[in-house]
Design a protein. Structure first.
Length: 668
């Protein structure tokens, strides 16, 4: 595409499990003018980001880039995988039950925790004086072992003065600090504490990623602002996200949903984003994704992070194909590297697979390989490795090796599993992506690697007889068709489960769902028709392979928008900045307290209290939008949720109120 002179561009970048995607959007026409893909380098995300940025900039003058926006899985993955900084947590006014409900010790083993006196009541009145001496001693005791701190105080959303005093003390240590009242407005102090602790845990990691992206931008002469996608699909400046990285939980799925809505032009839709590792399903209503009103789940624990309501399933183009009884093929939740990709990167494995296929008594698992992660340049930083584990790493230093030779005993299999979970090694095996290569639906990697892998896997799980050359391709195609049928069926099941709010129950429920996803449309004496109530927009690389057939079976409208393979990056490029400010009003004895952060303001007139609270919320929302990278064209919506005495009219009936101001703005 010829790019017009003087145009201004937004570049969106998304780091997924398999690929790092980039999209270039011309800002005035809102057209996608270029896309790019690079392999994600799990050990160092910045490598893949820099490569994707370089590809995206082909044909674009760096001076014409007005914005770079990043969506990232880093926060979610770091929390789930237990990575991050050593933290200290200060719980002010927490009793035993509150501390237990916070689950900080279980979620973050090794965190140093202080419980001390302090806190306020529901009206924002101090119940106990903050124990400054205890906080100071804790900071002295942990100075050498803690990288970041989190602070949560009882009722701090009604009066944050004790959290703010603790922040002043921590500032002297030079360590970053996360306050629960900065991150969430909910009264649930234990969950606020957990959210703050998780934020502190990943501050350093997100800061390193942001620094690496900025270095990559500088290396290409791009001086544009850098923004990051949050879990609710909106943008915030990199500087703001560096302080509140927990808000990027579900950043990647959120960007995909925004991108799907933009590319399809629909306001009401179901989005299915199929990546290499997972399928994410969400609902968009009236132009915006439905949010999880309970707060985002991550690592099996509920946070107070505002994020899209998304159901995530371990199903993608790189799901491993395994057997389930009598040689029936199914897809596991685990991600592996496709054999077609392996053979394209390491052609020597083709000879290894040919020899294994020619040997009727060949080694077990000849269709699976072990290797270092693609793009890994440094030694993996995994602590406490045994000599045997170090030997396993060394055995694949020069290239992939058959899994059977690496994991030749149960103990070595356990060691290999640990190294894979730590990201030091990956496994290559047969996947739906390989099946698509065999059937001509994909072609970027090695078809021969996929064919050999299919024949070896079929022989392993079904004891298939050796075939002559003229039969091998037909046999591989039949096997590939079975694999894609299994992938379509599973895609239909996860879609129905998501939209129904849970898995089918019992034999009847399972039979009805199976009748729908198989395309038979009949269960016993019933005709079955299960389809989404809105158009299904399918995005992600594998979507064109799976969803046309799923649409035929379910009898539903399937939309495969242009550039859907990089919908996540498009969503990052076209996002908006949004800031929310919440101010509460409580009353007692004819007085009204306005809780807008810090010490509450007390007034004796309900109308004045409402006006003051509304002004505070509006002003704070505008300030936050500016801090988070919003431009001048800002729009503020204010909603007042009142609790009134029955039988009275006007503001005299006011008991309590919550004022929510939301400011929307394009990036500056």
């Amino acid at each position: 595409m010829t790019l017009p002179p003087g145009a201004r561009y937004s570049i969106g970048i998304d780091t997924g499990g398999t690929y790092t995607d980039a999209a270039v959007v011309e800002m005035s026409s809102r057209l996608v003018v270029a896309t790019a893909k690079a392999l994600t380098t799990k050990g160092n995300l910045s490598i893949g980001v820099a490569e994707a940025l370089s590809l995206a900039l082909a044909g674009v003058a760096p001076a014409d880039v007005a914005l770079v926006s990043l969506s990232t899985t880093l926060a979610t993955n770091a929390i789930v995988e237990g990575h991050g900084s050593a933290i200290g947590v200060i719980l002010i006014g927490f009793d035993d039950g509150m501390a237990k409900r916070a689950e900080i010790e279980a979620a973050l083993p090794g965190a140093r925790i202080l419980r001390c006196d302090g806190g306020h009541d529901h009206a924002g009145r101090e119940t106990r004086e903050l124990d400054v001496a205890a906080v100071s001693r804790f900071l002295d005791d942990t100075a050498a072992v803690v990288d970041a701190y989190a602070v949560a105080a009882h009722w701090s959303v009604r009066n944050a003065s004790h959290e703010e005093r603790a922040r002043e003390l921590i500032a002297a240590t030079g360590r970053p600090v996360s306050l629960s009242s900065d991150l969430a407005h909910a009264l649930d102090a234990p969950r606020r504490a957990l959210t703050a602790a998780l934020n502190a845990r990943i501050v350093h990691r997100i800061a390193l990623l942001i620094e690496a992206v900025r270095d990559a931008m500088a290396g290409h002469g791009v001086a544009a602002p850098l923004l990051v996608v949050k879990g609710d699909g909106t943008l915030a400046s990199a500087a703001a996200v560096a302080l509140r990285p927990v808000e990027t939980i579900l950043s990647g799925p959120a960007a995909s949903v925004i991108g799907a809505r933009f590319l399809s032009g629909l306001d009401d839709l179901v989005v299915s984003d199929v990546g290499g590792t997972t399928t994410d399903i969400a609902v968009v209503e009236r132009g915006w994704p439905r949010l999880d009103r309970h707060g985002a789940m991550v690592g099996g624990r509920r946070t107070l992070v505002r994020a899209i309501d998304v159901r995530t399933f371990g199903l993608g183009g790189d799901s491993e194909v395994v057997s389930q009884g009598a040689g029936r093929v199914v897809l596991s939740a685990g991600r592996v590297a496709p054999l077609s990709l392996l053979a394209a990167r390491h052609p020597g494995v083709l000879d290894t697979m040919r020899r294994a296929l020619a040997d009727p008594t060949g080694e077990s698992h000849a269709d699976r390989f072990v290797l270092r992660p693609f793009g890994q340049r440094d030694e993996p930083g995994v602590a406490g490795l045994s000599q045997t584990e170090l030997g396993i790493l060394d055995s694949v230093r020069e290239g992939p090796a058959p899994l059977a030779r690496i994991a030749s005993s149960p103990s070595r299999q356990r060691m290999l599993r640990r190294l894979v979970e730590a990201g030091a090694l990956i496994v290559a095996a047969f996947t739906p992506s390989d099946a698509a290569h065999i059937l001509g639906m994909q072609g970027q990697w090695s078809r021969e690697g996929a064919v050999l892998g299919a024949l070896l896997l079929e022989r392993r799980i079904r004891m298939a007889r050796p075939r002559g050359d003229e039969e091998t391709d037909a046999a591989a195609r039949r096997f590939a068709e079975e694999v894609l049928d299994a992938a379509v069926r599973k895609s239909g099941r996860v879609l129905i489960e998501s939209l129904a709010g849970g898995p089918p129950e019992g034999e009847v429920g399972d039979g009805i769902v199976e009748a729908a996803v198989s395309g038979e449309g009949r269960f016993r004496h019933l005709s079955v028709n299960l389809r989404p109530a809105a158009p299904l927009v399918a995005v992600g690389g594998p979507a064109p392979i799976l969803y046309p057939e799923l649409g035929r079976r379910l009898g539903c409208e399937i939309v495969l928008p242009p550039h859907g393979e990089v919908a996540n990056a498009v969503g990052a490029a076209v996002g908006v900045v949004k800031a929310q400010a919440i101010v509460d009003i409580s009353s007692e004895g004819g007085l009204y307290r306005v809780h807008g952060g810090g010490t509450p303001v007390t007034v004796d007139d309900p109308t004045r209290a409402l006006a003051l609270a509304t002004d505070l919320a509006r002003e704070r929302a505008l300030e936050l939008a500016a801090e988070r990278g919003g431009g001048r064209d800002r729009h503020v919506d204010v909603h007042v949720d009142r609790v009134d005495l029955p039988g009275l009219g006007g503001d005299a009936a006011l008991i309590a109120a919550t004022i929510v101001a939301e400011c929307w703005a394009p990036p500056a």
